[in-house]
Every structure is written in C-alpha cells, then in structure tokens.
Write a protein that binds this ligand. Structure first.
Ligand code: NIG
Ligand code: FE
Length: 402
C-alpha cells in the first residue's frame, strides 16, 4: 500500500519542546505513506507507483491523541454533581461510598456487550473532534473478572468505532467495599492476580494507580508498579490531584511515561519529571468540574522543559466531557497554555505519554492524520461545538466516519 497525499497544508511540530518556531504551516506539501507509515514529506516527491489523494489545501495535523480516559463504565453520577453544588465535597462523597464506588457498582452489574454499547457514542464524540488514538483505563471493576471485562470492552470499542485504543489497567483506583480496612490485601490481589491475568491475555499496555488520600499510598503504588514492570507493562500515575503525597516523583523515578493531574506537584516533583523524561498530563476538565482552584505549576514545568500533554480524563465523576478540543481550550483559558502548547499536548506529547510512535508528521511515524477545514492551527481550540474536522486517516487509510 503506497499513498501520496498532495496539496497538504502541514502543521509541523519540531522536536525541541522549547523551540519557538516549532509551529509553522507548510503550504503545498506532499506526504508519502507506505505500509501505514510516513516514508517521505516534501514539496515535490517522486510518486511513481503511489495512489494519489489530494487533500485540497486543507490543514493537516497529526491525528489527535486522547492519552487519559475512563471511557468504559456504566451509570452516571449527575446526582453527585447536584450534591457537590449543594456543598458536599468530592472526598466526602467518596467517604460515604459514592464517587468511584458508585460507578463500580453499576459497572460490575453491566455485561461486556452493554459496556461496549455505552462506550461507543463516547468514542464517536472524540472521533468527531479529530481523535485517532484513545487510551482507555479500567478501574471501575475492582475484581479480576470485572477489570478484564472492562479492558476487553475497551479493545472492542477500538474495533467497532475505528479508533486506535491503548488500554491501561487501573485496578488500584479505589478500595472495593469487600476489602474495607484491608488495603494491602487488595494490593496483593492487584499485583498477584490482576496484573498477571491482564498481561497473560495481552489486555493492558500499561498499569495506573490513583495515589491519593482517598486512593492508595506511595508504598502501595510502588508495589503495583514493580509488579507491572516485572510483566513488561508501562506505568503511569494519577498523582497530586487533590494533595501533595510525592507520588509524581516516585512514579517518574520508576520510569512512568506520564503523571496525570499534578495540580499539587512541587518543585522536587517537577525536577523528577524533568530528570526522567516523564510527561506531565494536564486534565483541565477535572479541574473545572471539581471547581478546583489549585492550578498545575505551568511556569515551573516550562522552565524545567517538562513535556505537557492534555487529555479529557473522560469519566462520570470528575470530567464528563468527550471533547479533546474543549480540553485544549480549557488548558489555554484556565492554565494559560498557548495554542501551540495545546497542540503539542494532544499530539507529540500525548504520544510520548503512551509510548507510541505517533503524534508527529515526520518520517517513520504512523500515518494518522486529522484533516481540517480551518485556516490556522489556533482555530482548533478557539471555537467549540462546531468542529472543523473534514476527515481522519488511520495508518494512511481514510476512516469512514459519516
Ligand atoms: O481521573 N482521580 C481518580 N480517577 C478519576 C475520577 C474517577 C471518578 O470519580 O469516577 C479522575 O479524576
Ligand atoms: Fe483519570
């Protein structure tokens, strides 16, 4: 399969995060794709033996990557939204057995088929925003079988909706009621049964832990990560979302691809990310929906050259928003990221957070594109609700989205 895309207005992203001129539109470009991978880019390329596809002078970006979602779950938590507006905190709701555990109850009762059916419209909403790759976590099952059910559903969503899916086992998301008061026993189950079962069936690319007062301690996170690494799985953390426990630094030192949320990270945490090339994934939807006031330390991250990714964190409790361009907009309006930084956040840096060879229009990268009826990149996150998406290509093949 050899395809030559012509008449492209390419948004080029250069390799150096700090580079000021890394954000140009190159006119009249050609992109050669062989076997799903970009093999050449230029204004004039030899194209004998290639099928030609004109993109008619549209703007072309890497397909967007949503590197942190909890897209598979049953039920909803509109009632908790209402409770919070009546003055009850997210932590209090969790302490009363609601929050994550409310979604666990609903998800345990749901069949594989119904989980897929519920997740498909969410995936399609992301797709209509130009997303070609989505990470989906488990974490609402909290038994071996229910966690595996969620991961299977996630993979099926990828097949049915035509979107690349990477899966993350988040068994250490909350302590299930049957383990109340026995946190370490539950961590034993995660390490000794869940991780080996997910690895054996090839159901997870990575393992995540919610390291927080209402989640798990740093020591428990360390045990889970050791088990994950021993099974060859990548690691990433929900860290410093509601308080500073130092989880980000430990995760980074253990080789985490990303640490996510990080509103409460401090200088030593940021320095650990920089030293270990760990991505800081910002989740402005959760910040907004929980009406948080503590912002992630963007200037410190910039100063230390830490790559920043942006994701929806789509979930029923803290971020019920299936729009990645809305998150780009929020990352700008709440956290002050520039449109260039937000584009990096949903392409190159999001790919780095997942350890994927995607997110750049450059030789050797997967040919996943989003093609837009827009004239400049800043428009991507400027207007919300009216998407400028024209088409998506996955590994050089047009997705039949309509
Ligand atoms: O990323 N922080 C933990 N996990 C999710 C919330 C999950 C939920 O409330 O259902 C998050 O915000
Ligand atoms: Fe999350």
């Amino acid at each position: 399969m050899k395809t030559m895309f012509t008449d492209c207005r390419i948004v080029s992203l250069h390799t150096d995060v700090t580079e000021q001129q890394g954000y140009q539109v190159q006119e009249n470009m050609m992109i050669a794709v062989e076997n799903g991978v970009i093999s050449a880019l230029g204004s004039s390329l030899p194209s004998d033996g290639f099928t030609h596809v004109s993109l008619e002078n549209r703007l072309v970006t890497p397909g967007l990557i949503d590197c942190h979602t909890h897209l598979v779950f049953a039920g909803n938590r509109a009632n908790e939204f209402e409770q919070r507006l009546n003055g009850v905190s997210y932590q209090d709701i969790a302490a009363q057995g609601g929050g994550i555990l409310a979604t666990v109850n609903a998800t345990r009762k749901a069949s594989l088929e119904s989980l897929i059916e519920l997740a498909l419209p969410r995936a399609k909403a992301l797709i209509s925003d130009g997303v070609t790759t989505v990470e989906i976590k488990s974490g609402y099952g909290l038994t071996v079988n229910d966690e595996l059910k969620m991961l299977r559903a996630a993979k099926m969503v990828g097949r049915e909706a035509n979107i690349h899916v990477t899966t993350t086992l988040l068994g250490a998301h909350a302590l299930p009621p049957e383990f109340a008061g026995r946190g370490n026993d539950y961590i034993d189950l995660v390490c000794n049964e869940m991780i080996p079962a997910a690895a054996e069936e090839n159901l997870a690319d990575a393992v995540d832990v919610f390291c927080e007062g209402i989640g798990f301690s740093k020591i428990q996170m360390q045990r889970v990560f050791e088990a994950a690494l021993s099974h060859g799985l990548k690691i990433k953390g929900h860290t410093e979302q509601l308080s500073n426990l130092g989880g980000s630094a430990l995760a980074a030192q253990m080789g985490a691809r990303s640490v996510d949320h990080i509103e409460y990270i401090d200088l030593s945490g940021v320095e650990a990310l920089a030293a270990n090339n760990t991505v800081a994934t910002l989740l402005p939807g959760a910040f907004y929906f929980l009406r948080e006031t503590q912002k992630p330390p963007i200037d410190l991250l910039r100063k230390n050259h830490v790559p920043m990714a942006i994701a929806t964190d789509f979930n029923p409790g803290t971020s019920p928003f299936a729009s990645l361009t809305l998150m780009m907009n929020m990352a700008s309006t709440f956290f002050g990221l520039t449109p260039k930084e937000t584009l990096y956040g949903v392409t190159k840096h999001a790919a780095q957070a997942l350890g994927l060879n995607k997110g750049q229009l450059a030789i050797g990268f997967d040919a996943d594109f989003a093609v837009w009826d827009l004239s400049e990149p800043a428009e991507l996150s400027y207007q919300i609700g009216v998407t400028g998406l024209h088409a998506r290509y996955l590994n050089g093949v047009k997705a039949n989205d309509h």
